[in-house]
Design a protein around this ligand. Sequence first.
Ligand code: NAD
Length: 479
Amino acid sequence: MYQVTQLIAGRWGTGDSNDELVVRDPVDGSPVSTTPVATPTEVSRAVAAAREAAPGWAAVVPAERAAALHRAADALAAATEEIARAQTAEMGKPLTGARDGIAAGIGTLRQYAELGPLRGGRTLLGGADAIDFQTPLPRGVVGVLTPWNDPVAVACGLLGAALVTGNVVVHKPSERTPATGWLLVRAFHEVLPPGVLSLVTGGAEVGAALAAQDLDVVAHVGSTATGRAIAAACARTGAKAVLENGGNDALIVDAGVDPEWAAEQAAVGSFANSGQICVSVERLYVHEQVAEPFVEALVRQAAALRVGDGRDPDTNLGPLVDRRLRDQVREQVDAAVSAGARLRHGGQVPEGPGAFYPPTVLTGCTDEMAVMRQETFGPVAPVMTVASFDEALERAADSAYGLAGTVLTPSMRHAQRAWRELPVGTVKINAVFGGAPGGAAQPRRGSGQGFGYGPELLDELTTTKVVHIGAPGGSSTGW
Ligand code: NAD
């Protein structure tokens, strides 16, 4: 059992509040971690200490900040097994997936450590005896609010980018994976001066208290509803909001594709991490020419997946993070079935402890169903059969979200149309996951704003100052 502590003004402690959160293992309900709930005063104190530490960290030369990031990556590598086990215990992800997420986080830290010191601005020669330069500078204090579904990789991106560009950070990890967040911050803390990184813990109310503080940036990865609340808080304080939020990604399966291969893509896209990925496949539009063999193959693949404890190496799908999420997933599936969808596989909550939910395939889905319109965040593949690629594209584009989408097609013309016409940040052609390291896109509509990843995140977290230098006694510009 982990006892999580907070890091405020460079000191670890459980804080003043008597309130605490207990996270339970979604496999059997046993307690995993106990976490203090930060009081509003503690949140303010963390931000004040960060504000005090900001000028010192901003003055550290970029190469030294980068070296600190490399050391944080080393510390994280050394703690991989401990953090992976904490994560699996808190949110159920199979251990291999948890280790992969940490490896991705380490890779991102090293990438930012290399890119940070290379950043520069532009120079302009406006006159014979003058020069202007534009230089990137830290924004100041960044509040970092992160989700539970890939907690280490996501936090490493935001923390790494903020720290290497000379910002100080007050971090609040998800209340569903607090021990994972705490162990991560412990690895960073070993290599950073006091006050540069603070950790406050607790639930949504602590996140809201942090977002209401005098911050320069609030960087949030999480649900759309939270992103909207943070955008409103930032409008009040003047802080910049960087928001990477929920998605309702479409998968289009075009005529002429191999249905077995398309079903493999769909199964990975819909079921990996038990559907708890921001860019999971959330709705499927399948051309009528391939619909039936595709659905049969998808059902076979769903049936072959082993659902179980993430610590068992044979497990493909762990439980959902908790029963609260399972209830939401079940409600959407049950409502779809009541409205006429056909359950082709799964859909039944198993007896016994934990928050398990089987990989589920629905056909005959319609646009009105919540399972098609909202982010389900569970291992559910709702299929709608369409008569043409045009119809698929039109339905895929009709969404309140704009995160990503995938098209499986043998037609180059359809591929070209898809990437141009889908109103989302990321379009994937013939591969449901993947992408080069360092890739980044701007989510649209309900999925957020700004670059939350890649080199562009370094730009989001810096401001640019322009300096004009003239010669003493140089030419006058007027009068
Ligand atoms: P969440 O928004 O509920 O929580 C994320 C963080 O925000 C937590 O620390 C939480 O305590 C805090 N928070 C909650 N309410 C708040 C408020 N009113 N003000 C300030 N902070 C608040 O999200 P979650 O349930 O942890 O994560 C799942 C969601 O994250 C899904 O929608 C998923 O698609 C999304 N996600 C998006 C990406 C992406 O890159 N677009 C990546 C991973 C997850």
